[in-house]
Design a protein around this ligand. Structure first.
Ligand code: A2P
Length: 279
């Protein structure tokens, strides 16, 4: 049975709980998003991760509405567009309306954009949304250690999560440890390395041992490592396969053997320089 009961819940630093395994909709075209998210909900996912910049929040909202699943049973994350860091309250209102929700579960600053030097301003606006009860938790994404330090120095609310690129060949272990030391949960995006981390002998051997797929082994490694993880797939069979990874528990030695795949190769953009202000 693939039900939400199979998915562990993590407790964030403000006591809000989040299903540790969620479903990401980055790069899902707007016109396909409702169908894809309906499939994900049918597969059992109860945590959906979107962003204003993905331009598919309305499809996520339509799927939630069509599902008939009680609102409180679904955890929804969205993110502030880079070009709107000076305008976070209005940007949030637009996201909330596109999603058709009264309250968003988690709102993230999508990228620090150090060249714009506005993320502290954005955070202060998000702290207000949080204090108003419009969002149950606030956090950051793509923040490197320097950005985390600068934010914490100015913050009244410690971010609940930092969502970062994290997969076996690019683990950012120092950044993840730093976040955890400040009670900031680590959320892994591109958890499968955009599908490129799946071809390894270590994973193939573990997959054979557990009668699983390499993707399931990697997702089980994330869960066993304490990461929140948001794999994405447009394919309903792979969605189900990924969801079922929560049933698998690797030993400490097996977790270490996957961690040994670290290669220091970032697949996505470098947050030190990424701006995407058009996003
Ligand atoms: P698809 O949408 O065709 O299933 P990441 O989450 O690391 O960014 O990886 C997403 C990529 O990995 C997508 O290209 C997706 O392709 C692919 N993918 C997702 N789940 C699996 C799986 N279980 N096995 C193989 N590839 C997968």
């Amino acid at each position: 049975m693939t039900t939400t009961r199979n998915i562990p819940e993590l407790t964030l630093n403000n006591s809000v709980t989040i299903p540790q395994l969620g479903f990401g909709v980055f790069q899902i075209p707007a016109e396909e998003t409702q169908r894809v998210v309906e499939d994900a909900l049918a597969a059992g996912y109860r945590h959906i991760d979107t962003a204003a910049a993905y331009r598919n929040e309305a499809g996520v909202g339509a799927a939630i509405a069509a599902s008939g699943i009680p609102r409180e049973d679904i955890f929804i994350t969205t993110k502030l567009r880079n070009g709107e860091q000076g305008n976070a309250a209005e940007a949030f209102a637009n996201s909330r309306s596109a999603l058709g929700l009264d309250v968003v579960d988690l709102y993230l600053i999508h990228w620090p954009v150090p060249s714009a030097n506005q993320y502290v301003e954005a955070w202060k606006a998000m702290e207000k949304l949080y204090a108003d009860g419009q969002v149950r938790a606030i956090g950051i994404s793509n923040f490197l250690p320097d950005h985390v330090d600068a934010l914490l120095a100015a913050a009244d609310v410690v971010p609940a999560v930092n969502q970062i690129e994290l997969h076996p060949t690019f683990q950012q272990a120092d950044l993840a440890a730093k976040c955890r030391s400040h009670s900031i949960a680590v959320e892994a995006y591109s958890p499968l390395g955009q599908g490129r981390d799946l071809d390894s002998e270590v994973l193939a051997a573990l997959a054979q041992k557990y009668d699983a797929t390499p993707a399931q082994i990697v997702l089980s490694w994330h869960l066993g490592s304490g990461n929140i993880v948001i794999p994405k797939s447009a394919d309903s069979e792979r969605m189900r396969q990924n969801f079922a990874a929560a049933a698998l528990t690797l030993t400490a030695e097996e977790l270490a053997s996957v961690s040994a795949l670290e290669a220091g190769t970032r697949g996505g953009s470098d947050p030190a320089t990424a701006a995407f202000t058009q996003m």
